[in-house]
Design a protein around this ligand. Sequence first.
Ligand SMILES: Cc1cc2nc3c(=O)[nH]c(=O)nc-3n(C[C@H](O)[C@H](O)[C@H](O)COP(=O)(O)O)c2cc1C
Length: 208
Amino acid sequence: MEPAFFDVIRERHSVRYYDPTVTISEAELKQMLEEAALAPSSSNLQPWRFLVITDPAEKERLKPIAYGQQQVVDASAVIAVLGDLDSYQNTERIYSSAVEMGYMNEETKNRMVPRNIETYKNLPIEAARGVVLVDGGLVSMQLMLVAKAHGYDTVPMGGYDSVKFKDAFHVPERYVPVMLIAIGKAAREAHPTYRLPIDEITVWNRYE
Ligand SMILES: Cc1cc2nc3c(=O)[nH]c(=O)nc-3n(C[C@H](O)[C@H](O)[C@H](O)COP(=O)(O)O)c2cc1C
């Protein structure tokens, strides 16, 4: 039986000790990525790209780049979530597919495609990076919850040298690293973590 959504969000914790004997099939990894990619994105451009690292030798190569974090080696896979700065190039394809599937009418598509291409193509680099980082964050979160619902554990990682990572794994220049996500079965239970009280971090309607 599939776990309840609220159990999944309460029971997800960052796991840093993994059972190195556990493997996840390529089919299941793909299924989890498909489920994660149901996440929303700016203009539905889906700028996320995934580099899935399962080869033990490649994981060993990644370890020093991730400042020696052992989970990179022991987890079944490390998924590098990347953001494509040129994802606007898929606008026509994405919107035409929506028309073919009956999700959007032709006129809307014809109005939106040139406008979106114009907007995204001309974004200043920092704004374009912002877009793919936001969308990449959403897909990353969804992937971690999907993994938990499949019975796996994860840890998101920003602790790595992104320049060295791109170089060592031949990541195309246009892809911005968002984060690494280790995924596998916990060898040691994660500790729960504290959250700030909502009343302290929430304001209603406007700041004074
Ligand atoms: C963007 C990002 C980067 C992170 N980088 C690392 C990391 O490099 N190594 C690590 O062990 N945990 C890392 N974490 C995990 C956080 O420490 C963890 O999410 C936080 O302490 C809350 O704990 P929880 O995930 O168990 O709820 C990162 C989390 C995020 C969101």
